[in-house]
Design a protein around this ligand. Structure first.
Ligand code: AMP
Length: 109
């Protein structure tokens, strides 16, 4: 998608601070971190929002990667939080499905 900044991160035309990648997902540090560790995990496939994601294989794969990245790559041993903002009312700013991983401090609800 030519106007999608996360697709541009995937194709390397916008730089990013990569923490993990494979054939299906890419993970990088959020440019405006809301916690000591704040990483975004995106599928390589362009899906605008969670509301558009009907593929159980994609969603299962994505959450399994999130778990692996938080526990095995970032090693957030004290725990972590996952956030998915959906459309404007949910605070979504970038319309390429992404999962926020937040950790590194005790997070208030
Ligand atoms: P959301 O509000 O759920 O759509 O989250 C979008 C997130 O993307 C925000 O937390 C932004 O700080 C982050 N973001 C936007 N542009 C970039 C970028 N070029 N590199 C890293 N993170 C970004």
């Amino acid at each position: 998608m030519e106007d999608c900044i996360f697709c541009k991160i995937l194709d390397g035309s916008i730089p990013s601070d990569k923490v993990y990648e494979d054939d299906e997902v890419y993970a990088f540090r959020d440019i405006h971190p809301k916690a000591p560790t704040h990483v975004l995990v995106i599928p390589r496939q362009h899906v605008p929002t969670l509301s558009d994601a009907r593929d159980e294989k994609l969603l299962g794969m994505l959450m399994n990667r999130v778990r692996m990245i938080a526990d095995d790559v970032l090693k957030l041993e004290a725990g972590w939080r996952v956030v998915i903002n959906v459309r404007a009312g949910g605070g979504q700013e970038v319309y390429h499905l992404h999962v926020h991983i937040l950790g590194g401090k005790k997070l208030p609800f």
